[in-house]
Design a protein around this ligand. Structure first.
Ligand SMILES: Nc1ncnc2c1ncn2[C@@H]1O[C@H](COP(=O)(O)OP(=O)(O)O)[C@@H](O)[C@H]1O
Ligand SMILES: [Mg+2]
Length: 374
């Protein structure tokens, strides 16, 4: 067998021992914690998942991000074994677990409402799964102690669930899942029962916990800020399919589709026709781009904070417009600029140019003008 590698700037092709590929293969499989291949699911006549494929690396904090009803929970339940896919496979550490029942999968779920047992004290809630699996007491004690310390639950062990705050309930739910030492932890909208301030805190705690445990987390949310805060990688879902995946920065800076551009951070999307070379024709005129569009008719996008707002004409991709509205937001100002029939959103700092009625120039730097796939 030949192995082809890149060494410095040259491609090296070398003959390798037959014993080596097996080792390499095992390593590659071990890095792929969870793989979904072509999973489809319908409820009655409604198809909610359309051939979803994705691969999550071991130790990764992955997020499924999408609007309500796009199929996130259904996909998570298929991973957990709580729902059966109509087609497709689920692999855990390279092993096909599609037909393995939920309680035999090394996967635990923290549900949206935490689903704590109201008639059990915190300690018994946490130990419940371990007792059900008939672990010896010493092992139960060891795992409980580790989870209780990690989640700072020592003071609450004798309480009933209804004596806990939302944040404490969530920590109990996490402890109850983590004592099972699952390969993968699934979290379905884990912040939805918390108020906004606590949510921001818990997001950072969750991320720290995941990094400390070095476990694979798959987190479902419809909240883009939450996804950006916790994730190593975001899978953006829309209508039962994954539109784009990447690090928070990749997805934010380089949205691939109209949906992603507008769902994350509300970009300006301009209808466009491709011109000769690296230009597109839009309502703002002919604009220079840095990627060749794969379409004749499509769209380009730019983030509000990337649009230049100037009293004098910017050198490239400039247009003249009038400020229609300014919204003060403390650390920045959202300015709406009407250019022809378009209303561009620009995020900037307060200045003389930003008063309604002012005539201004906008500039769309080519390096920040994303050519969308569709
Ligand atoms: N058990 C079910 N029976 C019928 N329809 C369902 C069932 N579960 C989910 N759905 C439908 O499937 C779609 C996706 O739901 P879900 O996966 O819960 O979305 P999300 O978690 O992204 O909000 C929705 O239209 C929902 O109404
Ligand atoms: Mg859901």
């Amino acid at each position: 067998m030949r192995r082809i590698t890149l060494k410095g700037n040259s491609i090296v092709s070398e003959e390798i021992q037959e014993t080596e590929p097996a080792g390499l293969r095992a390593e590659a499989l071990a890095k792929d914690e969870l793989t979904i291949r072509g999973v489809s699911k319908s409820f009655g006549h409604v198809q909610v998942l359309h051939q979803v494929s994705l691969s999550i690396t071991r130790g990764e904090y992955a997020t499924l991000l999408g609007p309500s009803g796009c199929g996130k929970t259904t996909l998570l339940r298929i991973i957990a074994g709580l729902e059966i896919a109509d087609a497709g496979r689920v692999l855990l550490l390279g092993q096909d677990i599609t037909d393995v029942p939920a309680n035999k999968r090394s996967v635990n779920t923290v549900f949206q409402n935490y689903a704590l047992f109201p008639h059990l004290r915190v300690a018994d809630n946490i130990a419940f799964g371990l007792r059900a699996r008939k672990f010896v007491q010493a092992e139960i004690d060891r795992r409980m102690a580790a989870a209780v310390e990690m989640l700072e639950l020592g003071d609450f062990l004798a309480r009933w669930p209804d004596q806990l705050s939302g944040g404490q309930k969530q920590r109990v739910a996490l402890a109850r899942a983590l004592v099972n030492e699952p390969e993968v932890l699934l979290l379905d909208e884990p912040m939805s029962a918390l108020d906004a301030r606590l949510r921001a805190e818990v997001q950072i705690d969750l991320r720290r916990l995941q990094k400390a445990l070095n476990k694979t987390f798959i987190h479902v949310t419809h909240d883009q800020d939450e996804a950006m805060t916790v994730s190593d990688r975001i899978f953006v879902m829309n209508r039962g399919a994954i539109e784009q995946s990447g690090t928070p920065e990749e997805i934010y800076e380089h949205p691939a589709t109209r949906f992603v551009a507008q769902f994350l951070g509300a970009a300006n999307v301009l209808e466009a026709r491709s011109g000769e070379g690296l230009v597109v024709d839009t309502a703002l005129g002919v604009l220079t781009v840095t990627q060749m569009p794969a379409w004749d008719k499509g769209a380009v996008a730019i983030r509000p904070e990337r649009v230049l707002l100037r009293a004098t004409k910017p050198a490239t991709n400039a247009a003249r417009g009038v400020v229609t509205e300014t919204i003060y937001r403390g650390d920045h100002v959202d300015v709406y600029v009407r250019v022809g029939t378009l209303n561009l959103r620009v995020r900037t700092h307060p200045s003389a140019e930003t008063a309604p009625g002012k005539h201004v120039y906008v500039g769309l730097p080519p390096e920040h003008l994303e050519v969308l796939r569709d």
